[in-house]
Design a protein around this ligand. Structure first.
Ligand SMILES: NC(=O)C1=CN([C@@H]2O[C@H](COP(=O)(O)OP(=O)(O)OC[C@H]3O[C@@H](n4cnc5c(N)ncnc54)[C@H](OP(=O)(O)O)[C@@H]3O)[C@@H](O)[C@H]2O)C=CC1
Ligand SMILES: O=C(O)C1=N[C@H](C(=O)O)C[C@H](O)C1
Length: 267
């Protein structure tokens, strides 16, 4: 049985992750970690997740209180919290599955540095569908890229704090890589005013925020006379949570190193 700890356990993803771990074969909730001032501190993880039953796991405020109670950590929090938790996992020989988005380039370098001594899965999106779309995008970019204008549109709930989404950025990286472009040079994050005509070698990003949208992404290849759109719409956070739990079970059998959901799926 793999014991899984969840940080940000009272968050939108944290609560669904508790449900997903509880439902998964071969996994159990080993620990739940919340902020020291969270009203959920001390409550049972089952109550936090609205499971209607106790799991016998009281929410604590720090990983050090539960270091011997888990094998893998699943962390969907904020970049600063994730990096601190990754460092803890590295020091204590624990694997970690990271879902957090919004890292700066420097933070991503620190993350990769830490991943040399322990097993780390890091993906901006744990749904199977989005990971399939990344492969479809490689093919679309190969076939349509030279003759198309490429735009990425994403919509998320009003609470999301980073933009563009980590998934949109990953989609941009995949398309840019396939086209032989550097995303830093070709990305255009929104347009306003006298923009001039659109250069061909550009990937435009449009971010929409509103309501309770779980996560919609469209990559558009617009050429003269036709348009291809690759769209993914997540309807439930459970799709991300199941992918993260699958990653947690997978990473325990791997060598130390940095992996993503494409590795977990064997793509
Ligand atoms: N990779 C993927 O498949 C997916 C990734 N995500 C990403 O996961 C992250 C979390 O998303 P979501 O669950 O919606 O966000 P939430 O804000 O609901 O959850 C984050 C949790 O982390 C807690 N937290 C924040 N700061 C601290 C701290 N200093 N110490 C302890 N706990 C802290 C928050 O507590 P508090 O509320 O008190 O601040 C909250 O419970 C985002 O980066 C999002 O983009 C989301 C869905 C899928
Ligand atoms: O914050 C969210 O909610 C989501 N974040 C991820 C991202 O930034 O790509 C994944 C998903 O779309 C939901």
């Amino acid at each position: 049985m793999t014991r899984i700890a969840i940080t940000g356990a009272a968050g939108r993803m944290g609560r669904v992750l508790i449900q997903a771990v509880d439902a998964a074969e071969g996994a159990e909730v080993g620990a739940a970690i919340v902020r020291h001032d969270d009203p959920m501190l001390g409550l049972d993880a089952g109550a936090i997740a609205g499971l209607g039953k106790d799991l016998g796991i009281r929410a604590v405020a720090s990983l050090s209180e539960v270091a011997d109670q888990f094998d893998v950590l699943i962390d969907f929090t904020t970049p600063a919290v994730t990096l601190a938790n990754l460092s803890f996992c590295q020091q204590h020989g624990k694997c970690i599955v990271i879902g957090t988005t919004g890292f700066s380039d420097d933070e991503k370098i620190s993350l990769a540095d830490c991943a040399t001594q322990t097993g780390v899965v890091f993906a901006p999106n744990y749904s199977v569908g989005v990971n399939l779309c990344l492969n479809l995008l490689r093919m679309a970019a190969r076939v349509m890229g030279e003759d198309s204008d490429i735009e990425i549109i994403e919509m998320h709930h009003r609470h999301k704090v980073d933009a563009p989404s980590g998934t949109a950025l990953r989609m941009g990286e995949v398309v840019a890589e396939t086209m032989g472009w550097d995303l830093n040079e070709v990305a255009c994050y929104g347009r306003e005013g006298q923009t001039g005509a659109r250069p061909h070698q550009q990937i435009g990003f449009e971010t929409i925020r509103g309501g309770d949208v779980v996560g919609d992404h469209t990559v558009m290849f617009a050429s003269d006379g036709e348009r291809v759109e690759v769209t993914h719409k997540a309807q439930s956070r459970m799709t991300f949570a199941r992918g993260a739990v699958r990653s947690a079970l997978w990473i325990t059998d791997q060598k130390a190193g940095l992996y993503d959901m494409q590795d977990v799926l064997g793509f």
